[in-house]
Design a protein around this ligand. Structure first.
Ligand SMILES: *[C@@H]1O[C@H](CO)[C@@H](O)[C@H](O)[C@H]1NC(C)=O
Ligand SMILES: *[C@@H]1O[C@H](CO)[C@@H](O)[C@H](O)[C@H]1NC(C)=O
Length: 414
């Protein structure tokens, strides 16, 4: 019977994973004719003939190109940039990556002055000032209305007219630029650019399939946050704190209510979690070049531990069996490990998709609320247990030798 229900559970979850997923990414769409960059004003009403919305990291690039002397006046602007961050925009004839790029960097110093300088980025970026492979004049930066802007005039040559560009944002610490995040936006903020024709592309993985991938990502996040992140802790709370009401039963179940509720909650949580996990694997396979190995490894560990937890149900000893206590310890340890890892990994997920602060705060609020409920229930449970013990102690004294009387404390199991 028990083996049958575990098998049915696994089958149901497998069916959930294999539900049709949104269609494969379509080829890159052409750049939208209505780009937001056109409507943004510059602090000193500077005008640029060409502009482009860069799809990653909420940035914009503007320029005027002069064929007579092959120079370009550029402006790279990044709205909503905290003054504790540095920004950079770079050309890289060598490839679509930060390493080897010829970069313009800007940040705000502790006195509130904007600093702008050039740095040739080597294999391991030091971000130390240095000369670039091409001439840069009129380099300066500005901070206005939460926006950081880099201005420069670039002396281009034929190899630089149509090339790759990269942009980035990261934190300042101790007066120098530190490593940027490894979120998807940070890893895909590159593309190609043609100063003469005005065409700009973003990294191939950004082009098509944005909507279907965003949909997958949202479904992945919602299923996992609800399954692993909310229902599993609730299931554990139900088991731990409803146990004191040992005689309460649902309908005509042979088990106590806490057991039925705990089991139902964890089965639903596990199914949602497995489905969300499957979508995560699918997402990983269509997000080449993005580094989220920590999120992935914790996710794999979680599924393995949860599968062990589920399979342990098959070999659950009877309540009176002498090994039952070990099974219980094991079941509890795995359960708590799953909850801790789940919450950790959900926050890892928020880190990858930066800019989802609303959902991150919402989830953090739910976890804090669940923690507060658990704390209150813990106190309540101990009060009940202590009162019950006292009551039983006085009863035993009054009635006399009523040995072998079982105390229903919170660790009694079914
Ligand atoms: C390049 O040519 C343009 C247009 O004639 C001019 O406005 C600009 O000052 C020149 N730039 C340099 C660096 O000579
Ligand atoms: C950069 O170039 C300028 C002028 O060409 C030169 O004076 C300066 O020493 C160079 N800086 C470095 C770090 O090479």
């Amino acid at each position: 019977m028990r083996i049958f229900s575990v098998a049915a559970l696994l089958l149901a979850c497998t069916l959930l994973i294999t539900l049709p997923s949104p269609s494969a990414p379509s080829p890159s769409p052409s750049p939208s004719p209505t780009q937001a960059c056109h409507s943004l004003k510059f602090p000193h009403n500077q005008a640029y003939a060409t502009c482009n919305d860069l799809l990653r990291l909420n940035s914009y690039l503007y320029w005027n190109y002069y064929p007579v002397n092959q120079t370009a006046d550029i402006a790279f602007r990044k709205p909503k940039t905290p003054t504790s961050n540095w920004i950079t925009w770079a050309l890289n004839p060598g490839g679509q990556m930060m390493a080897g790029s010829q970069a313009l960097v800007a940040y705000q110093d502790p006195n509130g002055n904007m600093v702008a300088y050039t740095t040739p980025v080597s294999g391991s970026p030091t971000m130390k000032p240095g000369n670039l492979s091409f001439g840069v004049t009129n380099l300066r930066a500005e901070y206005s209305g939460g926006e950081m802007i880099i201005y420069a005039t670039l002396q281009l040559d034929s190899t630089l007219l149509s090339t790759n560009h990269v942009w980035q944002e990261g934190p300042m610490r101790g007066g120098s630029p530190r490593m940027h995040d490894l979120s998807e936006d940070n890893m895909l903020s590159f593309g190609t650019l043609n100063f003469a024709s005005g065409t700009v592309t973003s990294s191939s993985s950004t082009g098509g399939g944005i909507s279907s991938k965003a949909l997958l990502k949202n479904v992945h996040g919602i299923l996992n946050a609800i399954g692993w992140g909310i229902l599993m802790p609730i299931g554990a709370i139900l088991a731990r704190y409803l146990k004191v009401f040992k005689s309460v039963k649902l309908f005509n179940s042979v088990h106590p209510a806490w057991y039925d509720l705990h089991r139902a909650c964890q089965i639903i949580a596990f199914c949602l979690g497995v489905a969300g996990w499957g979508i995560g694997i699918k997402l990983g396979s269509v997000s080449r070049g993005i580094n989220f190995s920590k999120h992935k490894n914790i996710g794999i560990a979680l599924l393995v531990i949860a599968a062990v937890q589920v399979s342990a149900l098959i070999r659950k000893p009877n309540p009176n069996h002498k090994y039952r206590i070990y099974w219980t310890i094991y079941h509890h340890s795995l359960g708590y490990a799953i909850i801790v890892l789940s919450i950790l990994n959900i926050f890892q997920g928020f880190k990858i998709t930066n800019g989802h602060n609303y959902w991150k705060r919402t989830y953090a609020g739910i976890i804090i609320a669940l923690g507060a409920v658990a704390l209150l229930l813990e106190i309540f449970t101990w009060l009940v247990v202590i009162r019950r013990k006292k009551f039983e102690a006085t009863n035993t004294q009054e009635i006399g030798a009523n040995g072998g009387h079982e105390v229903n404390d919170a660790s009694t199991n079914v």
